[in-house]
Design a protein around this ligand. Sequence first.
Ligand code: ZN
Ligand code: MN
Length: 484
Amino acid sequence: MDYDIIICFEIHAELNTESKLFCGCFTKPGAPPNSHVCPVCTGHPGTLPVLNRKAVEHCIRAGLAFNCKINRHARFARKNYFYPDLPKGYQISQYELPLCEDGEFEIEGDDGVPYPVGIKRIHLEEDAGKLVHSTKSFDESRYSLVDYNRSGVPLIEIVSDHTRNPIRSLSEAKRYLEKVRQVLQYIEASQCIIEEGQFRCDVNISLRPKGYEGYLERSEIKNMASFRAIMDALTYEIKRQAEIIESGGELTQETRLYDEEKGITIPMRGKEDAPDYRYFPEPDLVELEISQELINRIRAEMPELPRFKAERLVREYHISQTEASLLTKQRKVSDFFEQSFTYCKDSKKLASWIIKELFKLLNEHSVAIEDCPIAPKHFGRLIAMISQGQLTEPIGRIVLDEMFQTGKSPEIIIQEKDLKPIQQDDVLTQLVEEVIRENPSAIDKVRQGDTQPINFLIGQIMRKTGGKADPHKVRKLLSVKLLS
Ligand code: ZN
Ligand code: MN
């Protein structure tokens, strides 16, 4: 049987703020457990929440980046449930009147055509604490510890639509996740560090036989952090649901957990809907009035989004689309490219050296572009020297390596390491005469019209000089000596 696949994500991203959503506690990850807590975020009776303005602005910024309508009048709601990581017994979230609604987010569809995934809503809410189990397997765990540092950290939840342009395949799901993460990083709403749990999702999936108009029951897989696990869990669910449909069984709406070790999803609880949470308007917070001025200001400050930036790089710098998309994957890389360009003007060589050489160094040393020890100014000047033939590419690589280790400028490294190219005519002429004397058979071939050995002779000179001879000059001098 052939099926349509319907996937929708609820993505939780921790926002880039100094303090929590309703109190002044720091949000820095990696702090000792329970060191950033206070009576508000641990839900002591009698405390009152005070809203973090920055978090609201980040949510609006995300709403604009996802082409949502921003609700000028928004409301917080209490979502009640009991769990040890939630000391208040409820989460302050949004239900009716979320900050952002009815958006769309363009990805490339599997058919290569741009596909605007429907975005139902983006709302603001607080994170829960974190349970740390004594062993990895929940079943075998003897005890669990709780860390409330994360309680009250601001989150946005981005909910994609399952009726309006839903995600239709695993590959679209992957592109969607990658792009959402990229855009949130671009607009600096969230760092989305997956290992820190700053980007997590619940995913809903259902199948329907081709041609069928309605919807079959969906399952929701909760709380996944790695893209790999999400893809594996979806693959498993598609197979499981198809088997149930084909064997005439009945699907039920349920929440499932993905067991990474076993590679299967397991049922967690049955039908779960809004009434179970007993949502009601949060009585401790006034309703939010968002001014048009605030929306306008956030819109005006919005950075260029990756899709537009990639198009512009192709247009302005005449680099390929592949290069542009590699350079715009991270905003800091594209900034590095444009800043370096001021010092070198050879955009093609610059792009290729960032993609081939700089990325290699960053990967090898596990350094993020933010912490790259090479200043764009220095990188640009190095590429300029290579591009103008003052430095050979192999020497350029040695200099680059040293720049990466020391953060020094290329000029200083060239001087210190004595890597200055040999360009003096008399020195080069002497070398040319030397290799001609040493390679009589190659010279005979060239004189008989075979120009192939010239490259071999240039290679010999490069070897004698440790790659420092100016290859353009050497070629010229050799040609004059041999062909005249
Ligand atoms: Zn607090
Ligand atoms: Mn949520």
